[in-house]
Design a protein around this ligand. Structure first.
Ligand code: FE2
Length: 260
């Protein structure tokens, strides 16, 4: 037992943050049946993270998704004894992502500085990545018309729901965003929402819960699937780290969602 407890810090600091799993989830929704979505959030790629990020891109592509949704926090503003990779270098890596119907992105709270967003907007011009910051697009996936709506980050007040949904009609809607706290304000007719931001608390203590509760609702939406009324949201615990490179019971994850 003592050996096990002593091993926890080694696991949390040196092993778990370097892992990466592909978490497959199934969502029952006949209106979106057959669609496969990859959702990646909170990448927080550091200067020494190139190999890890390239492996992430390879793992996502292997899943052959219809669409790839990038949920924000690509850089890291502050992390102990490390530095963020530059945003343009990150985009060069993400340009390798391949999906049948497109790769789409929004900004997280770490992309709140105009210098960063400008560099990302400039860098994606040479790629197939499309920015959907408070914007939407209509996709034709197999026999289905689907709206994809990207909403800016609620945690730093970058969201604009009216603008994001402008022109959306009766077709099914998939939303992707950064902070899950926006969930109560998502219209009832939205089929599915994907969010991140929380890192699942990053360090999740058994019988206590997440060590860090960054959401304004004091941890109401931490990770996993939430359903309220007719609405559903999946919150990913993300891939990278903030403050310290440490994770416990929050193995970095790529979300692959299959609608059934
Ligand atoms: Fe984050």
């Amino acid at each position: 037992m003592l050996f096990f407890i002593g091993f926890i810090p080694i696991w949390a600091f040196f092993i778990e943050p370097n892992l990466l799993i592909t978490r497959k989830i199934e969502i029952k929704d006949p209106a979106l049946k057959g669609i496969r979505v990859a959702y990646l959030s909170d990448l927080h790629i550091c200067q020494d993270g190139k190999e890890y990020a390239l492996n992430m891109v390879k793992k996502v592509n292997e899943q052959n998704p219809d669409i790839i949704l990038l949920g924000g926090d690509y850089i890291i503003v502050q992390i102990y004894k490390n530095k963020s990779m530059k945003a343009d270098e990150i985009i060069k890596i993400l340009a390798g992502l391949k999906a049948k119907h497109g790769v789409f992105m929004i900004f997280g709270n770490h992309e709140s500085r105009p210098k960063t967003t400008k560099l990302i907007i400039q860098s994606i011009k040479d790629t197939s990545i499309k920015l959907l910051q408070n914007a939407n697009t209509k996709l034709q996936i197999a026999d289905k018309s689907v709206y994809l709506v990207g909403i800016g980050d609620y945690s730093n007040n970058s969201h604009n729901i009216n603008k994001a949904f402008n022109g959306v009609d009766s077709a099914p809607v998939i939303v992707f965003t950064h902070s899950p706290d926006i969930f109560p304000y998502i219209p009832d007719y939205v089929n599915m929402t994907f969010a991140g931001h929380t890192h699942g608390g990053q360090v999740y203590i058994p019988f206590y819960g997440p060590l860090e509760k960054p959401t304004h609702l004091l941890g109401k939406y931490i990770k996993g699937l939430y359903a309220e009324g007719s609405k559903k949201m999946f919150v990913s615990s993300g891939i990278g780290n903030s403050h310290y490179k440490i994770r416990l019971f929050n193995i970095p994850e790529i979300i692959i969602a299959d609608f059934k």
